[in-house]
Design a protein. Sequence first.
Length: 575
Amino acid sequence: MLRRTFLRSLAWAAPALAPPASAAEPRFPVHFVDVAAEAGLRDVVYYGGVDRKTYIVEVTGCGVAFFDYDNDGWLDILVLNGSRLKAFDKGKAPTNHLYKNNRDGTFTDVTHAAGLVDSGWAGSCCIGDYDNDGNDDLFITYWGKNVLYHNNGDGTFTDVSERAGVAGDPKRWNAGATFVDYDRDGKLDLFVSAYVDVDLAELPVPGAGTNCTYKGIPVYCGPRGLKGTSNILYRNNGDGTFTDVSRKSGIANPSGYYGMSATTLDYNDDGAVDILVINDSTPSVLYRNNKNGTFTDVGVRAGVAYDENGSEQSGMGVAVADFDGDGLVDIVKTQFSDNYPALYRNLGRGFFQEVSTAAGLNTVTKYVQWGTGLVDFDNDSWPDLFYVTAHVFPELEKAHPEYPFKGPRFLFRNLGNGKFVNVTGECGPGLNTPHASHGCAFGDFDNDGDMDVLIMNQNEPPSLLRADVSSGHHWLKVKLIGTVSNRSAIGGRVTVKTGPRTQVQEVQSQSSYYSVNDFRLHFGLGAATQADSVTIRWPNGLIETLRDVSSDKVVYVKEGQGIIRTETFRPRQKA
């Protein structure tokens, strides 16, 4: 009770939000079309049974990434893959897929040529240039050993997992992962979360044990009742290898949680990157960076471990952005059905307050939510909330049609006054056609200045939602290149000011659900034709400010050198 009173007092003292938006909002000026098939993304993402899930490993799905692996300024696409309990015929097992952007709205599958053919129960991916050679590398988690792919810079990758020391235990169910330079030495370290400790030979079948029924229906068992695990932190040695510092750093504590998505943020604005882990059926963990090589879990103290009633949540995905324009990064956590996305407003001084209901996010509750993002789709300078859905029990719908297995994608428009409104029905078939979706990523794949969405669909090909925007608003993209800091600038923060508006974003190696967004940070500018200032706080602490940066372009900013080049996009001709 004392803590809640204290948080309310902080909320009262927090910066005021923007003036209320008009009661008669115009239609949302963004239309989404799924162009995956015509773009060449036709390979099925296999993940467990279609009509029935016998074990929990068939359920969680996997991530996707917008990934400019060849540094040509056009986003390529990575789609992870899973498996089935029944073995595939030799040579027929599904594999992850890397698609090269042909710069004409289509992609070519280059998986074999790139050396990325691999099969298994993939989970998440994260991206970062761990050896600072100018080419972003790729890390993929599995139920089993993880894989670290070194980007050779010639269109190919080399599996260096064992040599680097990050393959891990073959019996471990790895989940979220993120590169992070926690000690600010300019070299990317690696964090890996874990879900549950599971052995299929020891698991009961649906309905045969505790936690094996749901609403009277026999379903797979878990995660409750299964053994939780602990997280891992690998320190980059600077020679291509990593050292496990989990216990020494405090990352091994707490243990026994069901870890899922992982991301980085500087929640208390002290210049040191912290780590956030969204957990299923257990409290979420916020590792505060103590700036001495150690971390402390402050999730409870900061107000993000539980919901506003002090209950554990079945967390899935995560998004971090400044939704209310006060210069502090906020958090969205997606959850299980009979609930809604949890929005945590950053009150400053290291505290958050859940404001989901006040923000209007409690209007849809029957879907399980997964990948999510706070993304400014209409370029009005206010990040909107997007998330994808899929239930985990395909058997449930027959007895309870109010809980469909497949669901729409949801978009809540940010009104700029602390509130959101559901505009899903206005945005076209790309959102309203039902799928069982898990991972999703956000980026501008066709370089036309707006933000598109890549989505993993269970047991069907992925979706590629092209956003067609008619708002006429302006935008700015910022791509950071570290020199003293890590080359990918992961952990860097960009603050854009335009008139009275302030926007803040950070470069992250993983976000959404098990996925990776475009590293070019996208800022909508509304009617403004320039940003008055763009301030970069680099991961090593250096602060640089650029003045009067014109809109509708990408600016490439190199640490210590300012803007080294710009790129202007030509808007796509609307059909």
